[in-house]
Design a protein around this ligand. Structure first.
Ligand code: PGA
Length: 256
């Protein structure tokens, strides 16, 4: 049985105090409504990881993720953070290849692969993100666009490591826009991704790998989106910044 996962990507939001308060509240709400078979992850900015990790370790209800890592283990890369450093801190997951990293920091598929491998090398689980642009969707090229990204990164992961990868389908046009993919659009892509994983790594791996949906997912649309057979949870941006809404999304996964 593959895992149900809801991960909150805080992006560049929340000071340390704000982040601690949000984490406290999420933990409290989850204690009131335990969601045992859903893995709940939050990915705060680097600056808050350590104190939030201490809080999470004490409470044991949620898991910690980071939003990026560098592909090298160490060295002269001013301003960067390695997967080793994250693992050492107690981080368990790391988002790799988010479309904002691709768009604003020119991350290529090759770099996404290198970062995912660096994460896997130290025992971190990468949440690898893929999605098409609006232009690609409107011209009917969305499946090809995502396939090409997968072929250049995810499908090159060492087969001995693939079971540790989480996939996120995030159509670029849906991220932060308030316009989510319809459940049918998302299901089509998730099933397509699972087929490609099966062709490369086998059916068992494909059945066990979690594929999350991300892009304007909120407490209102979560139920419909998560009711699709190949959607195993969500990668949540804006709606993860409010504890009540984030936990409502977790509960939507819990109820499927
Ligand atoms: P959104 O972002 O939920 O705010 O659309 C999702 C993401 O970027 O992961």
């Amino acid at each position: 049985m593959r895992k149900k996962i809801v991960a909150g990507n805080w992006k560049m939001n929340n000071t340390l105090q704000e982040g601690l308060a949000l984490t406290f509240r999420i933990i409290d709400l989850l204690k009131e409504n335990p969601a045992d078979h859903v893995k709940v992850i939050i990915a705060p900015p680097f600056t808050s990881l350590h104190p939030i990790c201490e809080l999470i370790n004490k409470e044991g209800v949620i898991h910690l993720g980071a939003q990026d890592c560098h592909q090298e283990k160490s060295g002269a890369f001013t301003g960067e953070v390695s997967s080793d450093m994250l693992f050492d801190l107690g981080v368990k997951y790391v988002i790799i290849g988010h479309s904002e990293r691709r768009q604003y920091f020119n991350e290529t598929d090759a770099l996404v692969l290198a970062k995912a491998e660096a994460a896997l090398d130290v025992g971190l689980r990468p949440i690898m993100c893929f999605g098409e642009t609006l232009e690609q969707r409107n011209s009917g090229k969305h499946l090809d666009a995502v396939k090409s990204r997968l072929e250049n990164s995810l499908l090159k992961i060492n087969p001995t490591e693939i079971a540790h990868v989480v996939i996120a389908y995030e159509p670029v046009w849906a991220i932060g826009t308030g316009e989510n993919a319809t459940p049918q659009q998302a299901q089509e892509m998730h099933a397509f991704i699972r087929t490609l994983v099966a062709e490369k790594f086998g059916k068992d791996v494909a059945n066990d790998i979690s594929i999350l949906y991300g892009g304007s997912c909120n407490a209102k649309n979560a139920n419909d989106i998560f009711s699709q057979p190949d959607i195993d949870g969500g990668l949540i941006g804006g709606a993860s910044l409010k504890a009540e809404e984030f936990v409502a999304i977790v509960k939507a996964v819990y109820s499927i």
